[in-house]
Ligand binder design. Structure first.
Ligand SMILES: Cc1cc2nc3c(=O)[nH]c(=O)nc-3n(C[C@H](O)[C@H](O)[C@H](O)COP(=O)(O)O)c2cc1C
Length: 181
């Protein structure tokens, strides 16, 4: 599939069927994560793939809102990075998260980002600390995100071209518009 067609059809998918994700597809998701570009090639990221349904259940309570759907996913991926390895680890981990989502889409899988950095599990306990404890993630790693993945059980229309925010794009100087095509 052409890249533009892929991003045209991609939507965040939070409902999944019971169908298991084939091992080859999980292999391809691993490859996509590891092919993510990073600043100076420092590759500060590390990934925890979770297929255990009990762990997915526990991870779905990492924060009070926006993570519950992970309980219904067949795969969760926790994206971590080591700030000692790169000053721009947030960018690197975010690119890796996006690579994973786009690879999932290209494999016919639905996915959704779950923000973890800067989010709280409960009063006084960051979502990161909750996840690190649950998965034995070492203290040198920060957690940027999780991705929930599975075969989609919901239909979502692509965002219509005419609804995209063309007013946010300028030509040559801020405020200067592209001529109408
Ligand atoms: C940085 C980032 C963090 C996000 N965090 C969450 C989240 O914690 N929970 C969630 O359900 N969706 C999350 N999303 C998904 C967005 O809500 C979604 O991408 C947005 O509403 C646009 O919808 P679409 O992806 O279907 O185009 C996140 C997306 C991004 C890029």
């Amino acid at each position: 599939m052409m890249f533009l067609d892929l991003i045209r059809q991609r939507r965040s998918i939070r409902k999944y069927t019971d169908r298991e994700i084939e091992a080859e597809k999980i292999e391809q998701l691993k490859e996509a994560a590891l092919r993510s570009p990073s600043s100076m090639g420092h590759n500060p990221w590390e990934f925890v793939f979770i297929t255990d349904s009990q762990l997915l259940n526990s991870l779905s309570t990492a924060k009070p809102h926006g993570a519950g759907f992970l309980a219904g996913a067949k795969l969760g991926i926790v994206v971590c990075a080591d700030p000692e390895k790169s000053t721009v680890w947030i960018e690197d981990a975010s690119i890796a998260t996006t690579y994973i989502q786009l690879a999932a889409e290209s494999l016919g899988l639905g996915s959704c980002w779950i923000q973890i950095r800067e989010r709280m599990h409960s009063d006084g306990k960051p979502a990161e600390a909750y996840i690190a404890e649950l998965l034995n993630i070492p203290a040198n790693l920060k957690i940027e995100s999780m991705v929930g993945i599975g075969y989609s059980a919901e239909q979502k229309a692509p965002h219509a071209r005419e609804k995209l925010q063309d007013e946010k794009i300028f030509l040559n100087r801020y405020g200067s518009r592209f001529p109408s095509p």
